[in-house]
Design a binder for this molecule. Structure first.
Ligand code: LLP
Length: 445
């Protein structure tokens, strides 16, 4: 008899995934079948999981703070397919480069729902975004104000990115509002006020609000609470100088499960708390309620992704450790090397088997540091086993590279037992496509 049950508590990061007769099931598809059909390494993306999380953000805000915009943070996972699933929900997009903007538009995201972020937008990105008709820019440098003014004809909406000085408890590389951050203008030292006031001098720039993003993979509510207090204090200060603030963009940063012990909150909890704090601040400070913009990235797509690998070389170093090497590595998951990120894994067709052996799961790149998981207990591994690593939907495909000229793995979308490419596999030909053997001509230059 086929038994389908939810993964147990041991696999909390696997969230809504199921196990059928010991095999991991993602979006109704067997992990081993997917590996056989598409090869490995393979990014598998559970579409309904991402769509239902995005819908949860919308559902709770409709109830708790009806003047809102949910902008999906493209950097977490950017390919045309993701917008085709999220845009119909009414979600907008945060983009930080011309490439992300191009992808979002190609994927069907309306330009008038796109927020263009970035601490160093180039002139060509700015003119492209203006021509495309993006909803707004989030200003993060004085230089870009000049560039926007130079290129736009009609008044262009802008937000100003502020640094309210909140230290979120997360890896220092993904904190963004420490005093030495390259992002935003400090509220404390008066730069933010100076920039906002300077915008009043431009006829073709329309200041509509403030933006702040305090960091990523945050589990606590307190840093968000402090950010709301500090930004609304600043709104009050601007109001006193006669400047209206119509939108408050609080960024993303909502944490997800990677390991059993991780305790992220649900979108409902994060948003209900945000709405409550913002409503309270607005009332206490007698300011006009701004439109609330949130930019979840990781929390929409992170747990929707699972990476499948094939185990290859297994090497025991006597009295030290046993490496089990997989066909992926830092080229498709740089997060371990960059942020000491931690992951769990299961053998895809023996999910519930007893975990009797300890392994370090190595990648295949020529770097000693290319180890994806240190010291994980698993059933005994053999070459050819399919290993599944959960919570790889965010900042994996989007941060992948061709290091060592490994191909970026394809992304396969799964839904109700069907699968289809969302990003096709790269071939060796693709890898050399832009390579040119230089031929120097006689004329200089
Ligand atoms: N809004 C802004 C302005 C951001 O800078 C970011 C992320 C987000 C929204 C989305 O944050 P999320 O909801 O995904 O936490 N590569 C790192 C994460 C870098 C996040 C950068 N900014 C990682 O792999 O953990």
């Amino acid at each position: 008899m086929m038994m389908t049950k939810k993964t147990d508590e041991l696999f909390a990061p696997f969230g809504s995934l199921a196990v059928r007769n010991g095999e991991l099931i993602i979006g109704g598809c067997g992990a081993n079948d997917l590996a056989k059909k598409y090869g490995t390494p393979l990014y598998v993306f559970d579409v309904d999981r991402a769509v239902s999380t995005a819908a949860a953000y919308i559902g709770i805000l409709e109830k708790e703070y009806p003047d809102f915009t949910v902008c999906y943070a493209s950097k977490a996972f950017c390919c045309t397919g993701i917008y085709s699933f999220l845009a119909p929900l009414g979600v907008g997009a945060d983009v930080v480069s011309g490439g992300e903007l191009y992808t979002a538009l190609k994927g069907g995201m309306p330009a008038d729902r796109i927020y263009f972020h970035g601490n160093n937008k180039t002139e060509s990105e700015i003119s492209y975004a203006i021509d495309a008709g993006v909803e707004c820019f989030v200003i993060d440098s004085e230089r870009e104000i000049e560039l926007i003014a130079k290129h736009t004809k009609k008044p262009q909406n802008v937000l100003v990115r502020v640094n309210p000085g909140v230290e979120a408890h997360t890896h220092r590389f993904i904190q963004t509002t420490t005093p030495d951050s390259k992002f935003g203008f400090s509220i404390a030292d008066g730069s933010a006020a100076r920039i906002v006031k300077s915008l009043q001098n431009y006829k073709n720039i329309k200041f509509v609000g403030l933006s702040c993003h305090i960091g990523s993979q945050i589990f606590e509510l307190e840093p968000f609470e402090i950010a709301i207090e500090k930004t609304t204090d600043f709104i009050l200060e601007l109001n006193r100088s006669g400047i209206d603030v119509k939108r408050l963009d609080l960024g993303g940063g909502f944490g997800i499960h990677y390991l059993k012990g991780d305790l992220p909150l649900t979108p409902e909890k994060y948003m209900a708390h945000t709405a409550k704090c913002l409503k309270s601040a607005v009332e206490r400070k007698h300011i006009n309620p701004p439109r609330l913009v949130v930019e979840p990235g990781r929390s929409i797509v992170g747990e929707a992704g699972v990476t499948l690998y094939t185990v290859g070389a297994i090497k025991t170093i006597k009295d030290v450790k046993t490496y089990a090497a997989v066909d992926g590595g830092m080229f498709e998951n740089p997060r371990v090397a960059m942020y000491d990120a931690e992951y769990t894994a299961v053998v895809a067709d023996r999910v519930n088997a007893e975990r009797t052996h300890k392994y370090s799961i190595a990648g295949k790149c020529c770097e000693s540091g290319d180890v994806l998981i240190e010291g994980i207990m698993l059933p005994e591994l053999h070459a050819g086993d399919i290993l599944a690593v959960p919570s790889t939907g965010a900042y994996h495909y989007s941060m992948a590279s061709n290091y060592n000229r490994n191909a970026v793995p394809p992304v396969v979308a799964v839904r109700n037992g069907s699968s289809a490419y969302m990003v096709k596999p790269q071939t060796y030909e693709d890898i050399v496509r832009n390579d040119v053997i230089p031929v120097f001509s006689e004329d200089k230059q």
